[in-house]
Design a protein around this ligand. Structure first.
Ligand SMILES: Cc1cc2nc3c(=O)[nH]c(=O)nc-3n(C[C@H](O)[C@H](O)[C@H](O)COP(=O)(O)OP(=O)(O)OC[C@H]3O[C@@H](n4cnc5c(N)ncnc54)[C@H](O)[C@@H]3O)c2cc1C
Length: 433
């Protein structure tokens, strides 16, 4: 066993995955989580026999994802259920049409009315895959596409795709460089979207198992309130009850918490800009039904309302026998967050979508989970908002991981990839790689 100690603060997907990788490699880890339960936003809430997760725990490009690397390296037992693009549709109001997620879908879809536009879109995919399009620093994808002279229907489709992958109501504000990097990876995958069959909980339990089996420890109900900072290093972290000393410290807690933890330390200034950035906030409305309502589609995206619903029970085991669970998410613009009237209107538009595609759902309703504002990503990738680095020059032994930190992809893939980078840096310093 390597004798140096690492403290990981935060037991969400980022903190747990760093802790599991380090522990498995022989580092002694103490993971401190403020909540009584692990998982952070990837927590599973049981209600009347239904397991409610935040989001459809969809993993994008899983064949090249960091969670796949972790699965292999740590021997995680994860059940996968791959998304079926044949069962996905865009709801255009008066008609339903195929999503252009495959060549067949592109051929059949009505979102691009003419064959020549479909050929143009297919060419854009090829150019993105071959890195012939990369975008420009400081230019949003909306501006970039306009300047490029593409047909408005092609622009609309490229933005619609980004809307659902980045969980955003304003895809035009995504930096063009981030856009192309993201799709370069997604367009080359064989597994564009997959679900974790056992829900987030099954993954959280697996990561917890690896930490514990490797002889490391997890302490819940341990809220870190501050750090002892000396000569450009963190010496210890403080809870209300005690102090945890270590050689390396990983902070896998969102920026607003970091602002409090590092107040009046040598890292305060480095962290300050990230406290000003907006999160990517969505409205969530999930329902559990006692009996399945037959529907030919497992995913429907209402293009006008920018709301999507997923029949998550078609992919994961999260209901009592014979039941059904539908998850719906509405993307919010920053100025809509906290506006109760707007939230009510969006809730009603989700209910209308349920009425249209799940006739009789109100009679079968057994449980529901409604959240007006949930942070799908703690720093939204738009305009000049930047993700945090995994380390700052001002501190040699503090590392950062989470979906607000630089990495690959979006959403939880950022948590896993930034966590992976942190783990690699600590293992290098320890001479274990
Ligand atoms: C509605 C919704 C749908 C989503 N859908 C998807 C999806 O389909 N696919 C996907 O990949 N991602 C999805 N996501 C995103 C995914 O859930 C997050 O990216 C991921 O869970 C973030 O994990 P994290 O560890 O980076 O952060 P967090 O989950 O925020 O973890 C931070 C942890 O730190 C703890 N903590 C905070 N302060 C302290 C402190 N002072 N001391 C100790 N502990 C502290 C918190 O309690 C928490 O456990 C969705 C998110 C939402 C909200």
């Amino acid at each position: 066993m390597f004798t140096k100690r690492t403290v990981v603060v935060g037991g969400g997907l980022a903190g747990l995955s760093v802790a599991a990788r380090l522990a498995k490699s022989g580092v002694h880890v103490t993971l401190l989580e403020k909540a009584p339960k692990l998982g952070g936003r990837a927590v599973t809430i049981p209600l009347k026999g239904f397991d409610f997760n935040f989001g459809a725990h969809a993993i994008y490009a899983r064949d090249s994802s960091y969670i796949r690397k972790l699965e292999r390296e740590l021997g995680l037992d994860i059940g996968w259920a791959d998304f079926d693009p044949k069962k996905a549709r865009y709801d255009l109001g008066d008609e339903m049409t195929e999503m252009p997620a495959t060549l067949e879908g592109l051929y059949k879809t009505k979102v691009l009315p003419k064959g020549s536009l479909k050929a143009r879109f297919a060419l854009d995919i090829v150019k993105t895959v071959c890195w012939l399009e990369r975008g420009e620093e400081g230019v949003t994808i909306g501006e970039w596409l306009k300047r490029s002279g593409r047909h408005e229907d092609v622009i609309e489709l490229m933005l619609t795709l980004a809307s659902s992958n980045f969980f955003t109501q304003e895809p035009e504000r995504i930096p063009s460089t981030v856009y192309f990097k993201y799709y370069q990876r997604l367009f080359t995958t064989n597994k564009a979207v997959s679900y974790i069959a056992g829900g987030w909980e099954s993954l959280v339990k697996e990561l917890e198992r690896v930490v514990k089996e490797s002889g490391s420890e997890i302490v819940t109900k341990a809220k870190i309130e501050g750090v002892e900072f000396e000569e450009g290093r963190v010496r210890a972290v403080r809870t209300g009850e005690g102090v945890y000393e270590a050689d390396e410290f990983v902070f896998a807690v969102p920026p607003k918490e970091l602002g409090k933890i590092f107040a009046e330390t040598g890292l305060q200034e480095s962290i300050a800009p990230y406290l000003l950035y907006r999160p990517n906030t969505v409205l969530v409305y999930d329902i559990g039904l006692t009996q399945r309502i037959d529907t030919p589609y497992t995913y429907i995206y209402d293009k006008e309302a920018r709301v999507f619903m997923t029949d998550i029970s078609a992919y994961t085991n999260c209901t009592p026998p014979g039941g059904q669970m539908i998850q719906a998410i509405a993307y919010l613009k920053s100025e809509e967050v906290g506006d109760r009237e707007h939230a009510q209107m969006r809730k009603e538009s989700i209910q209308k979508l349920f009425d249209k595609h799940l006739p009789g759902w109100r009679d079968q309703l057994a449980a529901q989970r409604y959240t007006e504002r949930a942070a799908a990503q703690e720093i939204k990738v738009e305009d000049d908002q930047k993700l945090m680095p995994v380390q700052f020059h001002a501190c040699k032994n503090a590392y950062f991981a989470g979906d607000w930190v630089q990495g690959v992809g979006q959403l939880s893939e950022l948590s896993f990839s930034s966590g992976y980078e942190v783990g690699t840096r600590i293992l290098h310093r320890a001479g274990l790689r």
